[in-house]
Design a protein around this ligand. Structure first.
Ligand code: GDP
Ligand code: IMO
Ligand code: MG
Length: 427
């Protein structure tokens, strides 16, 4: 598998980082291709917990090279903080094993400010997206509007200052008149960000060239997707989405590599469903059962600490995600969390005003109205965490996995049975 992309099949937090960590032995390079510090990717090494936001989750494997590619939006303060924390924990992070694209967009202080102000202003009208407040949306807006600043711009301070000033000429009236906030002084903002330039310098590289050369040398790559299919800007529950392409296609444009060179897509899917932030969620459980899943699964956001909304497995959503990313195989995570449930439910289709729906609809109103139709399966009570062989799983657990596989439309190759690094069944 010269290049495999790991994609979330639901609304993020499927356990992508844990699966990636387990596959790192087989590869040379890990590439983040979209998103920014909105991601929260957790890896456990023994009792040690590592939560990554911008740094790729492969960094714990010293001999691997990690790349933050051009499709990402990078907050220099957050990146340097993360690197500093890793250094404190004696993890090697330097220019030899972490490469930052010179073409990646910079998350500026005003992006974070506007993200938070815009959310606050939408609160009263109930239109809040529930973003992570990390400036992701406003930064991608500037990218597409051609008003953004890129990592490479840090190398030309005067030009950098001019671009910041030009952008603030447009933003300051909005800050002042729309949000009633004080205006920002361009030089101060530029100084704040330019102060990070020297420390970022060793990491900056032409990462598209680096990756393409590596592929020519038969190096093996894992693309680490952030968020999930239903948060994708094109394919997700728009407008309750993030601002980038988290699906497999994003890996090509987000890293400067031909789609022909990305051979395999591995979808990561939770054995139930979670979502953080606002937006429709057909199989959501608003009762004690949802709360029980949240507690047992530790479903609290890695980035914001917010409780995650929980619900049953939704095959309509996952089938759609499998198709959109051309998923070859699935990694099913958190099967162990379902231990103790008497009965398990799998949503096979929706009913919208009496109409049967098997395809995830584009119209948000229809997703909101969708009534999930469930198949019920018996649960199991045995602990799964020590099991490493599919045939040793309780019969009911095997039946659940096999039914979920048939409904999803892709073979399940890995099954997560605990948060621990090795708590994974290979099938
Ligand atoms: P990501 O954003 O997709 O990488 O996922 P997160 O790290 O945000 O959330 C997944 C959480 O589930 C993390 O706390 C993981 O340690 C944990 N996790 C991953 N796989 C499993 C699993 O198979 N079983 C259990 N119990 N926890 C898991
Ligand atoms: P990982 O990579 C779960 C959600 C936010 C919000 C919406 C938009 O850990 O799976 P944004 O800050 O991106 O503008 O917020 O997207 N969101 C995530 N939810 N996991 C994530 O990342 C997320 N990244 C963003 O909660 O609903
Ligand atoms: Mg996460």
């Amino acid at each position: 598998m010269p290049a495999t992309v790991i994609v979330g099949m639901q609304w993020g937090d499927e356990g992508k980082a844990k699966v990636l960590d387990a596959l790192c032995d087989e590869i040379d390079i890990v590439v983040r291709y979209q998103g920014g510090a909105n991601a929260g990717h957790t890896v456990y090494v023994g009792a040690e917990r590592y939560a990554f936001h911008l740094v790729p989750s492969g960094i714990l494997h010293e001999e691997k090279v990690c790349v933050i590619a051009n499709g990402c939006v990078v907050d220099p303060a957050q990146l340097l903080k993360e690197i500093g924390e890793l250094h404190q924990r004696k993890v090697k992070v330097d220019g030899s094993n972490l490469k930052l694209s010179d073409r990646a967009q910079l998350v500026m202080p005003y992006h974070k400010l506007i993200d938070q102000l815009s959310e606050k202003s939408k609160e009263a009208s109930g239109r809040k997206i529930g973003t992570t407040g990390r400036g992701i949306g406003p930064c991608y807006v500037d990218k597409v509007a051609r008003s953004g600043l890129r990592v490479v711009d840090l190398r030309r301070p005067e030009h950098f200052r001019e671009r910041v000033a030009a952008r603030l000429d447009e933003l300051n009236p909005i800050l002042k008149h729309v949000y009633g906030e004080p205006v920002l002084e361009a030089n101060k903002v530029a100084d704040e960000v330019l102060a990070y330039a020297e420390r970022l310098n060793p990491f900056i590289a032409d990462t598209a060239q680096y990756i393409n050369r590596a592929l020519e040398q038969k190096k093996r790559l894992l693309y680490e997707g952030a968020q999930g299919t239903l948060l994708d800007i094109d394919h997700g529950t728009y407008p309750y989405v993030t601002s980038s392409n988290s699906t497999a296609g994003g890996a090509a444009t987000g890293s400067g590599v031909s789609p022909k060179r990305i051979e395999t897509a591995l979808g990561v899917v939770k054995a139930y469903t979670t979502r953080v932030g606002a937006g429709p969620f057909p199989t959501e459980l608003l009762d004690a059962q949802g709360e029980a899943l949240r507690q047992r699964g530790g479903e609290f956001g890695t980035t914001t600490g917010r409780p995650r909304r929980c619900g049953w497995f939704d095959a309509v959503a996952v089938q759609y995600a499998v198709e959109v990313s051309g998923v070859d195989a699935l990694a099913l995570t958190k099967l162990d969390v379902l231990t103790g449930e008497k009965e398990l439910k799998l949503c096979t289709h929706y009913l919208v005003g009496g109409e049967r729906l098997e395809r995830f609809p584009a119209d948000l109103a229809r997703v909101e109205q969708a009534r999930p139709v469930y198949e019920t399966m018996p649960g199991w009570s045995e602990s799964l965490e020590e099991l490493r062989d599919f045939s040793k799983l309780p019969k009911a657990a095997r039946a659940y996995v096999e039914r979920l596989e048939a409904l999803s439309g892709a073979p399940i190759r890995y099954i997560g049975v605990g948060a621990a690094r090795d708590a994974l069944i290979r099938r």
